[in-house]
Design a protein around this ligand. Structure first.
Ligand code: AKB
Length: 320
């Protein structure tokens, strides 16, 4: 049975992944860490939890050794818009945290996962059906971090034999923990606002296509990739994965099927729009399908139905 260290466990992916990993591998087998501790958080209450700043290499090593982990899932990082606002902080946190997590994995012989992103592509990348292996010259600090991170993970695999694996995630949509500081966050906010106010003002412009995925598919993809026999993998860091590509009008139209009075207008944020414009419209996930059987269950309408239902329950419970 795996013994897994998760960094950034209270974040958007971490909060749901930790719960899922605990249900698969057992609560005591998943050591959640984050830079802050929220005593009333289910992640803190449902299994081992340690406060960890991922730039503190020694503490990361000490926690991993004390719990005798054999797997590191490194999620702690700044997202694209925050990274663009604070590029030096992003470099130090995103790259410093990653190299520390890779070093722990090398020293303790751990399997390793970290997410990359569609942000690892840039304006010179083919925009439609972006191939697995293609031009990667991003123009954002986040993208620079992701490309450098992919290369560093490959380096640790080839040089030291660390079993590194990764996924290039699109925008991830979930009703549990909101994302913070991403470019694709509009596709989460729109559902909250649809339920709360019946209307939404999009900071991403009409006609801007980006890849997206519902969180349950993202969690399954991480676990399936980590469970795959490594000898089958041609690529490792990182696989293109996606479930859908849409622009704001399409998600609004999907919401209208369930909330006919919903309306949307635009107030485009030039910073996040420029980031979105530098990313692909849609990526090709065929390498992930062929090498380890990646699939996604949720399309736009199926996701919309589930998001609206779960958000209604959540917001009603919160209000009562
Ligand atoms: C972001 O928008 O920064 C992230 C991502 C696509 O990596 N959601």
């Amino acid at each position: 049975m795996k013994k897994i260290l998760v960094t950034g466990a209270l974040g958007q992916i971490g909060s749901e992944l930790t719960t899922k990993l605990r249900s698969v591998y057992g609560a005591d087998h998943v050591i959640a860490t984050d830079i802050r501790k929220k005593e009333d958080d289910i992640i803190v209450q449902s299994g081992p939890f340690e406060v960890l700043d991922v730039t503190d290499a020694q503490r990361m090593f000490d926690i991993a050794k004390a719990y005798q982990v054999d797997t590191v899932i490194h999620l702690a990082a700044l997202l694209s818009a925050t990274a663009e606002a604070q590029p030096l902080l992003a470099w130090n946190l995103n790259m410093g945290g990653l190299v520390n997590a890779l070093e722990v994995s090398r020293e303790l012989n751990c399997q390793f996962f970290t997410p990359s992103s569609i942000g690892a592509f840039g304006p010179s990348t083919p925009k439609d059906n972006t191939p697995q292996d293609t031009i990667q010259r991003p123009t954002t600090m986040y993208g620079v971090n992701k490309v450098a991170g992919e290369l560093l993970c490959d380096y640790y695999f080839h040089k030291f034999g660390v079993d590194t694996r990764g996924l290039r995630f699109p925008g991830l949509i979930s009703y549990v923990t909101p994302p913070g500081g991403g470019t694709t966050d509009y596709a989460v906010e729109i559902y909250y606002k649809a339920v709360q106010d019946g209307k939404y003002t999009s900071y991403i412009g009409k006609g801007t296509y980006m890849d997206m995925m519902y969180m349950p598919d993202a969690l399954n993809a991480i676990i399936n990739l980590m469970e795959t026999d490594g000898s089958k993998l041609i690529h490792r860091n990182s696989f293109n994965v996606t479930a859908m590509s849409f622009e704001p009008e399409q998600v609004a139209a999907s919401i209208k099927k369930y909330i006919p009075t919903f309306t949307m207008d635009y107030n485009v944020d030039p910073v996040r729009q420029a980031i979105a414009d530098s990313w692909p419209n849609s990526i090709d996930a065929s390498a992930a399908k062929q090498e380890w059987g990646f699939t996604a269950d949720y399309d736009l309408d199926k996701m919309t139905r589930d998001m609206l239902e779960k958000l209604r329950q959540k917001l009603v419970e919160k209000a009562s």
